[in-house]
Every structure is written in C-alpha cells, then in structure tokens.
Write a protein of this length. Sequence first.
Length: 115
Amino acid sequence: MSGNPKALVFIRRLLSEEHCSSDGQIRPRRSHILVWQMAAHFVTASALFMLIGMFILIWSSTGHSDDWWNEDSKLAVAFTIVAAIIAAVFLFEQIALYSWRGPEDSEEQNDALES
C-alpha cells in the first residue's frame, strides 16, 4: 500500500470508522489500532523478558563466593548500568514516537478522500 501515491488515504480508510466524528475528522477504531500495533508490542515484550532472564542469570552468579566484589559482581553492575541507559533511551524513543506536535492534516486527508 505504501507504494501508492494516496497510501495515507488508503491506510486511514482501512482503519477508519464508517462515520466521521462530530468535528468532521475521520477517527480510527481502537480495535484496529491495537491489532495494527500488536506485532511491535510482542517484539517489545519478548525483548523485555529476555532482559529479565539475563538479569536473573547474571545477578544469580554474584552470591556464590565469600568475597562479594568479584569479577561476576563487576559484570553484573556494568550490565545493570548499560541496561538502565538503554531503558532510558527506549522510553524517550517511545514518548517521541507517539507524540505529534505538527500541523493538523485531517483537512488534507478529507480532500483527498473526496477526489
């Protein structure tokens, strides 16, 4: 669909409700948005569960010796710091991805639907 010159119109038509809202804007159905984004949510969840498993694996190896600050502990602390930085970047990316501060384009899309 993205190869078509009116791809955005077709995607909005695919996701939109039968009727426009009270202010004339075409609104997507919530169920369609959830289904559309489900693949991205599954990828995010699988990466999160992988990281949780890595945290359990790495931190469980730190408590088996008399001296707590050993090579395993240094690895666990370094892994935690890197994971915290990556989590902060991921949260910033998610907030930036789902916030729109641009011009309103609903009138352009309505004009393209009519033609």
